[in-house]
Every structure is written in structure tokens, then in C-alpha cells.
Ligand binder design. Structure first.
Ligand code: GDG
Length: 492
């Protein structure tokens, strides 16, 4: 089995129990189960001289970032430009001068630190939007290995993507990979639309994309979970509040893409329209902090705290608080017990690559008496989990109705839905995700000459064609779905 060199923005400390973040959870699993090396940022910010040195601990090699890199690459281009654009939120993207240059420079620096560690037989698997240019930079240094890229977040509609001033450079960066993997078929379709319309990519008879004189394979590999981690869960009676009290659980990093205000409003609307359920249901929302130095994240925190306060103030009683809002990470073992003790999971992101919480919740249920998953149609998971109760999170009235339907769902239906969902989750688990991506990568690189990307003349010509076409096809970059939830009707 060849060694897999995993590269991701953040390398996780395997000893830490409570970790929030889907990418870290998945990659930690691969490191534990395969010959591998995991390379990326340590999470530390150090002066530039100290940031230049990688540290190896077992299979992990980590590199600090300098303050400028942290500000312009991590908080800047990655999380204030690419994250919102890929989630179709051009309105919060911060296109600042110097961000993109720093993004390229950090990728170049990481490539130069990684290249000496790469062996000829290694397979390189690069993860997520922080590192799109890594393969170009590795190829520049003479790395001829197979290199695959996996995007954990959604790929936006092509007209959103071309609003990125640097979209063509990013497309060129993608062309240096042998395989690009996405979460869903909808993402694949968006990327193919973009490559055809934005950079004149053409589909070859064998289904690959020809662009910038490279052949690129694009396919969906829906990420899964390690099912056994969750099926062993036991119900924690200490978490069941009083007799007859039913818990609705939400677990989301505090991110504006996760639809938390809409979720709180839908729950408030549910309490307003269904007074018979007051004092019988609580919404527990675990929302660990994330990227707090990015402005849009401070806004969402404030908005959520105000909403929780207003709904609790409006409906709460001396012996009942409707929303438990916890702005901290819960230890993983505790989390699975909370899933199992909750009658409903409310997973309502406005956009999400996959959403592992949805799968974790289902896998944690007691098959004899399972809870109900309410899932946003805008989570990648909705493509596979059709037997969940699928909602439009912007429609808070309909979501409130579905909460009521979930509470009233009979045992037979709950069991049947749970069985169908489990069948999907077991089939496309974490091991299958990893194996299918690596299998596809070994096939994709056949016939692809890794040196072709270095032909500057062909790339220059392609870029010229591209800039002409993009400049002559204006589009409305602000076009996107509605973002603001309508005002609910509950009285306060
Ligand atoms: C990105 C994409 C895609 C959350 N809070 C706590 C905690 N978590 C764990 C969950 C889950 C993971 O973090 C979150 O994964 P998600 O998939 O829900 O979301 P993102 O972090 O945004 O992940 C996403 C994913 O990458 C994988 O490709 O699905 O679409 O955005 O595992 O359990 N874990 C603990 N305490 C918490 O409070 N221990």
C-alpha cells in the first residue's frame, strides 16, 4: 500500500478529545488506519523566522504561520474570500488587495517545506480551499507524483465563481491535479459548468476535462463517518430532562453558513404555533466558536445571542428554558450520548458541503426507538439522505411545521426512515470515501503527463482566450438565493 501524504490547512492533535471540524475528524481517521504523513499548519502564529521551520511528531509534520500569513492567507483570502464565495455569500466576501498574493506565497512556502519529505511512490492528497495552488507549486519543484484534491465545501454556481477576480488563476491551479473530488453531484455539475463556461474546458470522450493542456478527472465522493464510533453509543439518562421532556439537538460550528438564526426563529415559530408543546420540548444548540477574528463571525454570534435571549424571554418559565445555547465545544463522547438522547436533530445549514452531524446523529440512534433527522435541502447530505425530513431553512414556517410532524411521528415510520438512512450511511462510510478517492486517483493519473502543466506557451494562450471570453460575458455576480429569514410571527 503506497504511503498517502495528506495535506490540509490544519493538522489536528490526535490526543485531543474534543475537536470541532469535519475535515480534521476525517483525516485523523486516515492517519490512524493507513501508512501516511499529515502535513499542514500547527495552529500557531509565530514570528516569520520561527515560522520557517516544520516540526515532525510521528506521522504529523506541522508548520506555524507568521502573523502576516495568518492575517492575509488564513483569515483573509481563505476565510474572508473563498469560504463565503464557495458558500454563495458574495455579500460577505472581502476582496482586499494583497490577500491573493499572500495565499499563493503561503502555498509556495508550504510546497517547498513538503517537497523534501515526498518519496517517489507516495500518493499526495490535498484537502480544501486553503490549498488549491499547492499542486502547481509542487509541480514547479519537480514533484511528479499523483496528486489529488478534495473540496470539503460546496462548489458554487459558475456565475458566482467568476465574481472572484482570480477565478482563472484558481482554475489553472486545479489543472495541476490529476483528480478533483467534490462532495455531491450538484457540486460536480457546478464545477463542470464553470470549466466549460469560464475557462473553455471541454469534455473528452472518456469523461475527463481537457483544460490548459491537462486532463482532469472530476467526480463526487460524498464523505462519510466511521459508523462504529457512533453505533456503540449508549443513551445518557442524565441528559434526559424530566419526564416527557423531549430534546431537539443542533451541533454546528458558529458559522454564518449553518443557518443558526433561521433555526432559532423556526423553533420560536414552532412554540408560537403549538402552545401544547411548550414546557415539553427544548432546543439544545451546541455552537463551538470558530474563526472569531473574522468580522462576519462576530456578527453572527451577536445575532444568535440576541435571538436566544428574545425567544427564552418570550416563552420561558421559571422551570423551563426553551433554548439551551452552548457556545463551547462538547467532548466527543458526550456529543454522541447527546445525539442518542435527542428526539430530533435540526440540521438546517443555508449551504454545507456535506454536514457530518446529520450522519452522526442517525448513526447514534437506538434502532428500536430512533429519533428523527430534519435536514436542510442545502446540505450536501440531502443528496444521499432522502429519507430524512427535508426542509428549506429559509422557510421558517414550514420548518416549524416539520418540527411538529417529527415530534408526532409514529414509531413504525421512525424505524423505517432510520433503517433506510442507516443503509446509506453504512454504505458510504469514511473508509469507502477514502478508498474510492484513492482508487480513482490511481486511475486518473494514467495517461496524464505531470510535466505538461509547465508548458508556459500553451498556458499563456489559454489564459488569453480566457480573459477575452470572461470580459465579453458580463454576469450578475450578486445573483444568489435569499439570505435573510422572514420575520416570524411570535410576539416578542
Ligand atoms: C466541513 C464542511 C463537511 C462539532 N461541534 C463539536 C464537534 N463537532 C464535530 C462534529 C462533526 C464535525 O465537528 C463537524 O462537521 P460538519 O460536516 O458538520 O461541518 P464543518 O466543520 O463545517 O466541516 C462540511 C465537512 O467539512 C467534511 O467534509 O461535511 O460541509 O463545511 O464531526 O461532530 N465535535 C466535538 N464537540 C463539539 O462541540 N467533539
Amino acid at each position: 500500500m503506497s504511503r498517502v501524504v495528506l495535506v490540509s490547512n490544519r493538522v489536528m492533535d490526535l490526543r485531543k478529545a474534543a475537536q470541532a471540524g469535519g475535515v480534521a475528524v476525517a483525516l485523523a481517521h486516515i492517519v490512524r488506519t493507513r501508512p501516511s504523513l499529515w502535513f499542514g499548519w500547527s495552529g500557531e502564529v509565530k514570528p516569520a523566522e520561527e515560522a520557517a521551520v516544520p516540526t515532525q511528531t510521528g506521522r504529523m509534520v506541522t508548520v506555524p504561520l507568521s502573523p502576516t500569513e495568518h492575517e492575509r492567507y488564513y483569515l483573509g483570502y481563505a476565510n474572508s474570500v473563498l469560504w463565503p464565495v464557495f458558500h454563495n455569500r458574495l455579500d460577505v466576501a472581502q476582496f482586499e488587495a494583497g490577500y491573493f498574493e499572500q495565499y499563493i506565497e503561503v502555498n509556495r512556502r508550504l510546497a517547498s517545506l513538503l517537497q523534501p519529505l515526498i518519496r517517489a511512490e507516495d500518493v499526495i492528497w490535498v484537502h480544501d480551499y486553503h490549498l488549491i495552488p499547492l499542486a502547481v507549486e509542487l509541480r514547479r519543484l519537480g514533484v511528479l507524483n499523483r496528486i489529488g484534491f478534495y473540496l470539503h465545501i460546496p462548489f458554487p454556481p459558475w456565475q458566482t465563481f467568476i465574481a472572484l477576480p482570480e477565478h482563472a488563476q484558481l482554475a489553472r491551479c486545479l489543472a495541476a491535479y490529476d483528480l478533483v473530488g467534490l462532495q455531491t453531484m450538484a457540486d460536480v455539475s457546478n464545477l463542470l459548468d464553470y470549466l466549460a463556461n469560464g475557462v473553455h474546458g471541454s469534455v473528452t470522450p472518456d469523461g475527463r476535462i481537457r483544460m490548459f493542456d491537462r486532463l482532469l478527472t472530476v467526480a463526487s465522493f460524498p464523505i462519510g463517518i466511521d459508523v462504529a464510533d457512533f453505533t456503540r453509543t449508549v443513551r445518557d439518562v442524565a441528559l434526559v430532562q424530566g419526564r416527557g421532556m423531549r430534546r431537539i439537538i443542533g451541533v454546528d460550528r458558529l458559522d454564518y453558513t449553518k443557518g443558526l438564526p433561521q433555526k432559532f426563529k423556526a423553533f420560536g415559530q414552532f412554540l408560537e404555533s403549538n402552545p401544547q408543546y411548550r414546557r415539553q420540548v427544548v432546543l439544545t444548540q451546541i455552537a463551538p466558536p470558530t474563526r472569531e477574528n473574522v468580522g462576519a463571525y462576530a456578527d453572527i454570534r451577536q445575532q444568535l445571542e440576541t435571538l436566544a435571549g428574545s425567544i427564552n424571554g418570550c416563552f420561558g418559565e421559571l422551570d423551563w428554558v426553551p433554548i439551551h445555547y452552548i457556545h463551547r465545544a462538547a467532548p466527543r463522547r458526550r456529543l454522541t450520548a447527546i445525539y442518542r438522547s435527542s428526539r430530533i436533530a435540526l440540521v438546517t445549514p443555508l449551504r454545507d458541503g456535506m454536514n457530518l452531524v446529520a450522519k452522526e446523529y442517525v448513526a447514534s440512534q437506538d434502532p428500536e426507538d430512533p429519533g428523527v433527522l430534519i435536514l436542510s435541502r442545502f446540505a450536501g447530505a440531502a443528496e444521499e439522505l432522502a429519507q430524512a425530513l427535508i426542509v428549506n431553512p429559509y422557510d421558517i414556517y414550514a420548518t416549524a411545521e416539520v418540527v411538529r410532524a417529527a415530534l408526532e411521528m409514529q414509531l413504525d415510520e421512525r424505524r423505517a426512515r432510520h433503517r433506510a438512512l442507516m443503509a446509506v450511511i453504512e454504505k458510504s462510510d469514511l473508509a469507502e470515501w477514502c478508498n474510492s478517492f484513492l482508487r480513482a486517483l490511481s486511475r486518473a493519473s494514467a495517461n496524464n503527463d505531470p510535466t505538461t502543466w509547465t508548458q508556459p506557451e500553451s498556458i499563456r494562450r489559454a489564459m488569453e482566450r480566457l480573459s477575452q471570453s470572461v470580459h465579453t460575458s458580463p454576469s450578475d455576480p450578486t445573483e444568489r438565493g435569499p439570505q435573510a429569514a422572514p420575520t416570524p410571527t411570535y410576539p416578542c
